[in-house]
Structures are given as C-alpha cells and as structure tokens.
Design a protein around this ligand. Structure first.
Ligand SMILES: Cc1cc2nc3c(=O)[nH]c(=O)nc-3n(C[C@H](O)[C@H](O)[C@H](O)COP(=O)(O)OP(=O)(O)OC[C@H]3O[C@@H](n4cnc5c(N)ncnc54)[C@H](O)[C@@H]3O)c2cc1C
Length: 475
C-alpha cells in the first residue's frame, strides 16, 4: 500500500517508547563510534546478541574532543526531531543532560534575526544546549552501559562477504598506537552477522564494495564552500535570560563577511559562538576580528564576546554537502547498511546532521522490528532512510540553491521549491502561525511537504503581501 513520505517521516519521528523488540541477529558490528554509530549500536542492542563498535579513536570517558571528529569544537544545535529520538532511546536523557550542566531553554529564551530583524517566536520549541563533546559523551555513556555493547579500538580496513552477505570486518591497528608491529599481526577479521557503516562523510564503503565486485553508490555533491569560526567565552550568569540566538543574512550577490552567527549557552558557564561565511573570503582566525564582527551583529553577540575568551578561535572548512544513494543500487549485500554522515552530510549551518542520524536510527529500529528477511538486502530500511535524507536534503539544498555563489546541481522542480521555501522563510519572520509550521520542518519535526498545504501557502503569501518592511534591532 502506498504511504506518503510525510506519513513515514511522522512515524519515524514518534516519541512513543520502543516495544516489540526481538533478537534477530547474532553479532552486529558498527563501524565508527561517533553520534550515528552510537545510536545505531543503541538500536542494535535490542535486536542482536552482541554489538561491537569499532572506532579508531580511544574513546574518552569525559566530554573531551578527539581527533576522529575534528568538527566537534564547532557549535552543534540539536534539533527537535533528533531530541525526541534521544528521549526515546535513552529515557531520562534530558534530565541527565541538565543535571550535567546542559541548558534547557524555553522558546522565549531563544532569539532569531533575519538581516538584523528580530523574528517572531514560534512559542513552541525550546532547546537542549551543550557542546557537541558533552552530548556525545552522554550518548556514549548510556550506550556503553548496555550489557551487550562494547567498543574495540582499531581501524576498519575493509569488509568480507560470502553468499551475497557481509560476514566480517577487516581491522588493523591504529597507526601510531604501537600495536601490531609485524605486517602479519597488522590485520584481523571481526566476524559479523550485521554491519553498520557509520564512519562519517569520508566513508570508504563504496571502495570496499567495489573492491569485492559489488556496485559503488553514486555520490551527489553540492559545493557550499563554508568556513566556520568558533569562540568560547565566559558567561557571567549561570541561568541566562537568553540561551541561544541565530542571526543570518539573506543571500546577496556579494556574500557578507558573516553569513550567519549562532550563539548558545553551554555547560560550565560558557558561551559558544560560531560565525559562518561562504566563498573565497579569508577565514576568521583572530579574537580581535571575531569580536569586531560580532559587534556588527545584534547586540546580544557583542555582550557575549565581552567576557573572558577561554581559548583561541577554532576554524573549520567544509567544501560540499554530499549524499550517497545506496537506495539506487541494483546489487547490494545483505545484512549491511550505512547511516549518518556516511550516507548524507549536509551544510552544517542548518543543524541537521545529528537529527538526521537519530531519525535514521529510528528507521533501523522500525526495520529490525518488522521481522525482516536478513538473507536479502535491507531494502526496506533503505526506503525508510531515504525519506529522512530526502527531507533534510530538500530543506538545506533549496536554501543553498538560493545563493548566487552556488551553481547546482538543480533538481527537477527546484524553482518552485526554492520559491516556496523563500515565501515561508519571509512570512515566518513576522507571522507566528507560519513560523510554527516553518520551524517544525527546519527543526525536523515535520516533513517539508507540509509547507505545500494550500492553507499554509496562502497564509504566507497574504502575510508577505500585506506586511511592511520589518525593523532592525538597535544596540
Ligand atoms: C562544522 C560542523 C558543524 C555541525 N553542526 C551541526 C549542528 O549544529 N547540528 C547537527 O545536528 N549536526 C551538525 N553537524 C553534523 C554532525 O556533526 C554530524 O552529522 C554527526 O556528528 C553525525 O556524524 P557521524 O557519526 O555520522 O560521523 P562523524 O561524527 O564524522 O564520526 C565518524 C566516526 O567514525 C570514525 N572512523 C572513521 N573512519 C574509521 C575507520 N576506518 N575505522 C574506525 N573508525 C573510523 C571516526 O573516528 C569518528 O568517530 C555539524 C558538522 C560540522 C562539520
């Protein structure tokens, strides 16, 4: 029976407790122990006798940064779509996060500005704010507390296949770790009845498939050329009136020095502030320039950077958004999937990656609860996963395609979707009703098709036709 993408998306985004789990797999191996890998391991713990997470970094016991996730020092917003799944996978997660220092805010503690104009609050969605290492450490602690989950520190080098299914993971020591000195000792195979690739956007799964005579998935790329600069500053109030803010500029032919700035109160009485810019502009590297540029944003930014700077500015560059279309492959091994950034990595400015990973984990849970035929490729999972990835790709892609410095690839019907998104974004600045619906999509609670409902579209058009020019906030 046909089921719309919106219905599937709503089902995957549920916060209903997970019930009806059965063990259907012997030994599951998850490649990569970052957010997507941990969430996949959490889901697999309901369905596998044992789960092994294979990670090249020695995973810290605290909220420390580590080499395998060089982006972790940058601001990470957990959207509501992802937050619901964390609540679902780990009951009591938010209380634990708050007790550990994360900030739980109401929608009235959050401000958003479009071209300096304060946006109306949607009045519905608050945030759970922390640093990315804090969030990951909590997810890791909860996942590794499960009795059938363990971590193995080594580097994945490839996969083994037999009779149309994956059967093992080829592992080697981490270079520089001093282990496995001889070439013979340098590689071994971890047996696996089910494998999840969660090795991030540089995943080599396509190479491994091709080397073993399978098809490699096509990779779609959109060049975004984004630079992040992040500063950490001392916060003087532990319960700030403002918990988070986002200020962005609408695209123009000459990209502004700061395309968007986000600020969030995080654990240990700190402000985390990220400035993003596009194109061939020099990265923002010095504290002096960082403070100066924050001074050109709404007043809250200036206030936040006036405190003590806690470390040097951290920079990060991402050249493209990319997705690998596993669902299009004609031949694909059984008992193998990929998840998270290994499948789709978006422009980080839209804050979708962790929520997309969490919703894909929800798709894995639904698949494994459906008594799947594990002798066949996991096509039912790929179809569910595609709904999540398509939704996130459409939202970030249509916003990026509106930028004059991005030149495609333009999907079919992009003019219409970009126009629609622009109408919604504009009306959401002043109209609460449109803001509720628009934010629900950008926060990954609702499918983008909900914005095409005639009542929503008409309301947005009416608002845009009748509202005057909104006023900038003055400092
Ligand atoms: C600058 C920036 C800002 C972002 N901001 C946000 C945000 O605000 N909100 C949001 O939701 N998302 C954000 N994201 C996206 C988010 O970080 C990712 O989507 C999320 O971390 C899920 O990633 P992952 O687990 O799939 O991959 P990664 O986090 O990249 O993890 C991959 C893991 O695999 C391991 N690994 C890789 N190769 C091997 C191997 N051969 N053997 C063993 N282990 C291996 C790595 O060490 C690592 O631990 C941002 C990303 C960037 C770059």
């Amino acid at each position: 029976m046909f089921e719309s993408a919106a219905r599937v998306f709503a089902r995957l985004g549920t916060d209903e407790p997970i019930t009806g789990t059965e063990v259907v797999v012997g030994r599951a191996v998850v490649l990569g122990g970052s957010l997507a890998g941990l969430l996949a391991a959490r889901v697999l713990s309901d369905h596998a006798e044992s789960v092994v997470i294979v990670e090249r970094d020695a995973l810290p016991s605290t909220a420390a940064r580590r080499p395998g996730t060089p982006h972790a020092g940058q601001l990470h917003t957990l959207m509501h779509g992802g937050r619901m799944q964390l609540r679902r996978f780990f009951p009591g997660f938010e209380d634990e996060a708050e007790a550990g220092g994360a900030i739980v805010s109401s929608p009235y503690n959050i401000r958003a500005y479009a071209d300096g104009v304060p946006k109306v609050s949607d009045g519905t969605m608050g945030l759970l704010s922390s640093s990315r290492p804090f969030l990951e450490a909590l997810v890791r602690r909860r996942t590794l507390a499960l009795p059938n989950v363990k971590v193995l520190t080594c580097r994945v080098k490839g996969l083994q296949f037999r009779d149309g299914a994956v059967t093992g993971v080829r592992c080697g020591p981490v270079p520089g770790s001093g282990e496995g000195a001889g070439a013979a000792a340098a590689e071994w195979v971890e047996d696996a009845d089910f494998v999840v690739d969660a090795t991030g956007r540089a995943s080599k799964l396509g190479d491994w498939l091709e080397a073993a005579g399978w098809e490699r998935p096509a990779m779609r790329r959109m060049l975004i050329d984004i630079d992040y600069a992040t500063g950490y500053f001392r916060r003087t109030t532990s319960t700030p009136e403002l918990a988070a803010a986002i200020a962005y500029r609408t695209p123009t032919a000459t990209p502004p020095r700061v395309a968007s700035g986000a600020i969030t109160a995080i654990e240990d009485d700190r402000w985390l502030i990220t400035l993003a810019n596009y194109g061939k502009q020099p990265p923002i590297r010095t504290l002096e320039e960082f403070r100066k540029l924050c001074g050109e944003l709404p007043p809250v930014y200036r206030e936040a950077v006036s405190g003590e700077a806690l470390e040097d500015i951290l920079t990060y560059h991402q050249a493209d958004s990319r997705r690998r279309d596993y669902h299009l492959l004609k031949r694909f091994p059984a008992r193998l999937i990929a998840i998270g950034d290994a499948v789709a990595s978006f422009n980080p400015v839209y804050g979708q990656g962790m929520s997309s990973a969490a919703l894909q984990a929800s798709a894995l849970s639904e698949y494994l609860r459906s008594a799947p035929d594990l002798r066949a490729p996991a096509r039912d999972f790929l179809a569910l996963q595609r709904v999540v990835v398509d939704a996130a790709w459409q939202i970030s892609g249509s916003a990026d395609l509106a930028r004059p410095d991005v030149d495609g690839p333009y999907p079919r019907g992009h003019r219409l979707t970009t126009w629609l998104a622009e109408q919604m974004a504009r009306a959401s600045i002043t109209d609460r009703d449109v803001a509720v619906r628009f934010n629900s999509v950008t926060y990954m609670r609702s499918h983008p098709s909900s914005l095409a409902a005639p009542s929503t579209l008409l309301r947005a058009l009416r608002v845009n036709l009748t509202s005057g020019k909104p006023q900038r906030e003055r400092g």
